[in-house]
Design a protein around this ligand. Structure first.
Ligand code: SF4
Length: 348
């Protein structure tokens, strides 16, 4: 441990300025770096609040490499290029377009926002904080993102990235997810915000958190604001109070075939509402059938073991239906079930 600390004491440049006392210099350093090195994303080429909102919602729980690298953002924008088309989209089709991104609640919320913009603002996004906050699915962070990125209005934003940067910049070991920690982060975001260049400044701050001041070991030697950073052991920050406990669960289902059809069931509960999956059966009903597919996946705080049994002579129950092979791709499914389905059809 001592060796690690010693190593960090050497690798982490010593701060020569205070970010609050030298705020104009801090903003300038961030701006200069970002203007020269900022990455080019589709949502940075537009001022359309709708396109920016779509990117923000997708990036909430999905990594940038997936959103961009697998073409989800482009596909979504091709299908729903504006608020109106999204507001009018049938839910089943919307979930199919969202498929692979997970956390389907986000797609429904995005549509609810689009419907509210159509109903209350004639299809034009408002740019005032109060009106934005009144829209479904829009919180304080998203208000800051929309106002600064789309309208270039001075509006602070704080997310996990920004909290981490500020905890290190101010060498603050107050838990970032405590009431006091959240309050401090927002106060700092307001004080440091570049009133003249909010779009540029907030974009730079977000990118700093994705590139240099990243989770785990930050790259302080290349950091454009290292001269302002007070922390001596940034890899030990931020501190958090709430640690999520992981629960292991089993998801047992059946793969039932009848001619060229597969038996599917509507998902229950709110998390995957509107999606389809393999049906469930009691342990007694599947006791003598073979396991033909197994996989593990993670969702929120759950680690799921997915076990699929072969099933014969099965009759559909409530909420289940036989689906022709040719129609299967149009039925929205969560990624683990889509993967299992494709695999089992090739083995059939
Ligand atoms: S990368 Fe983060 S911790 Fe390192 S100098 Fe920059 S702001 Fe500080």
């Amino acid at each position: 441990m001592e060796e690690t600390m010693l190593c960090w004491a050497v690798l982490k440049p010593i701060a020569t300025k205070d970010p609050i006392e030298a705020t104009p210099e801090f903003r300038l350093a961030l701006r200069t770096w970002f203007t020269k090195c900022g990455r080019d994303y589709p949502w940075r080429r537009t001022r359309d609040p709708y396109a920016i909102l779509v990117s923000e919602v997708m990036l909430q729980q999905t990594r940038l490499a997936v959103v961009l690298g697998k073409g989800y953002y482009e596909r979504f924008m091709r299908n729903y290029p504006d608020v109106q088309t999204l507001a009018n989209a049938p839910e089943e089709e919307l979930l199919r377009v969202w498929e692979g991104l997970g956390y389907y609640r986000r797609a429904r919320m995005l549509q609810a926002t689009a419907c509210a913009v159509m109903a209350h603002h004639g299809g034009v996004f408002p740019n005032h904080e109060k009106e934005l906050l009144a829209l479904p699915g829009i919180g304080r962070y998203t208000v800051g993102a929309l106002r600064s990125f789309a309208f270039d209005q001075p509006s602070p934003l704080v997310d996990g990235n920004v909290m981490r940067i500020f905890a290190r910049l101010f060498a603050d070991d107050t838990a970032v997810d405590s009431t006091e920690g959240v309050k401090r982060s927002w106060q700092r975001a307001e004080v440091l915000l570049d009133q003249k260049h909010p779009r540029l400044y907030n974009s730079a701050l977000m990118e700093l958190g994705q590139t240099f001041c990243k989770v785990g070991i930050p790259d302080c030697l290349s950091c454009p604001v290292a001269a302002f950073c007070q922390s001596r052991e940034p890899h030990n920050l931020p501190v958090k109070v709430g640690k999520v406990s992981i629960t292991q669960i089993e998801e047992v289902s059946i793969f039932a075939r009848q001619k060229n059809r597969v038996l599917l069931a509507m998902e229950k509960g709110t998390r995957r509402r509107g999606l389809w999956r393999f049906p469930e059966r009691s342990h007694e009903e599947i006791a003598n059938s073979d396991v033909i597919y197994e996989a593990n996946y993670a969702i929120t705080r759950y680690r799921v073991s997915m076990i699929v049994h072969a099933a014969y002579g099965i009759e559909p129950k409530n909420g289940e239906q036989w689906v022709e092979d040719t129609d299967l791709e149009s039925f929205p499914m969560s990624a683990p079930y889509r993967k299992a389905l494709r695999h089992l059809l090739t083995q059939d």
